[in-house]
Design a protein around this ligand. Structure first.
Ligand code: SAM
Length: 273
């Protein structure tokens, strides 16, 4: 059932620069919470609580909930609403620059569970930033543009498969959970959204010898989507070296698996030394 369908009862003016599309449908919120499966022992971190659509059903369940919000106008109302909750811990800051390892001071052995209906304009840099802390993260549940979730979860050979797929799938198991239509937000975004689950690997199935070289090679391989690997990787690997990894040099990056990208990157790293 739609809880809100226009202006906010709080009078809050939505800020486009902060990607403010607030969830307004209780059923969708319940569905997201059910997918997250919060537990009393959890240390949850919510990025961009807005007017607390997701915060409210989570904060009473978990032991600790760190909330990161950039918009000054939302800070006061969040404090008033949740200050008495034992789990509540608010950070008025930019989630893109936040050092998530500081949160472990609360309970060093308890991995973080990250959630958020993310501002779509910063979702990719934010995920890359969070991956730096992946050793300390149990899981992440994000609402993103559906097209971005399609890319994150895409398998090689399909159009949506690209740099984002390779980089996220290198570090995490990914799962497309469900689609959420624009009518479930105020104001409605122009596109469909979807919920994705990311589970950072405790032990990665394929390990790059040098992750910076891996990231550079993947970026280079996808720099011109229509071109073949022999062209995009010129200056990085010879045709014979690409072949030595069992890859046809006339293939395009969108057909190369994460495993094969790791092989290519490890070879590049070796010959660079
Ligand atoms: N969680 C709420 C909901 O589902 O209704 C709001 C989601 S809204 C899509 C994104 C939220 O992230 C907004 O509250 C916005 O102010 C906040 N935000 C935007 N950029 C941010 C940043 N860099 N760091 C922290 N919060 C940010």
């Amino acid at each position: 059932m739609a809880r809100n369908n226009g202006s906010r009862p709080s009078g809050h003016k939505h800020k486009k620069q902060f990607g403010q599309n607030f969830l307004n449908n209780g059923r969708v919120i319940d569905q997201i919470v059910a997918a997250i499966r919060p537990k009393p022992e959890n240390h949850m971190v919510e990025i961009g609580p807005g007017e607390a659509a997701l915060t409210t059903p989570l904060i009473d369940v978990v032991k600790r909930m760190d909330i990161i919000e950039i918009d000054n106008d939302l800070i006061g109302p969040l404090k008033i609403r949740f200050a008495s909750k034992p789990a509540f811990n608010l950070h008025h800051t930019d989630a893109l620059a936040f050092d998530y390892s500081t949160l472990l001071e609360f309970e060093p052995d308890q991995p973080l569970r990250i959630v958020g209906n993310l501002p779509y304009n910063i979702s990719s840099p934010l995920m890359f930033h969070l991956l730096k802390f992946s050793d300390h993260i149990q899981d992440m549940h994000f609402m993103l543009q559906k097209e971005v979730v399609d890319r994150i979860t895409a398998e090689p050979g399909i159009k949506a498969y690209g740099r984002l797929s390779v980089m996220i799938q290198y570090a995490c198991e990914t799962e497309y959970l469900f689609t959420v239509g624009p009518e479930n937000f105020t104001p409605p975004p122009k596109v469909d959204s979807a919920i994705v689950r990311l589970l950072p690997y405790k032990t990665k199935p394929f390990v790059a010898d040098d992750e910076a070289d891996f990231a550079e090679l993947v970026k280079q391989a996808f720099s011109q989507k229509r071109k073949t690997l022999r062209n995009t990787l010129k200056g990085y690997l010879e045709v014979e070296q690409i072949e030595a990894c069992g890859i046809n040099p006339t293939a395009r990056a969108e057909t190369v698996s994460v495993e094969k990208f790791v092989e290519l990157a490890n070879l590049y790293h070796q010959i660079k030394l």
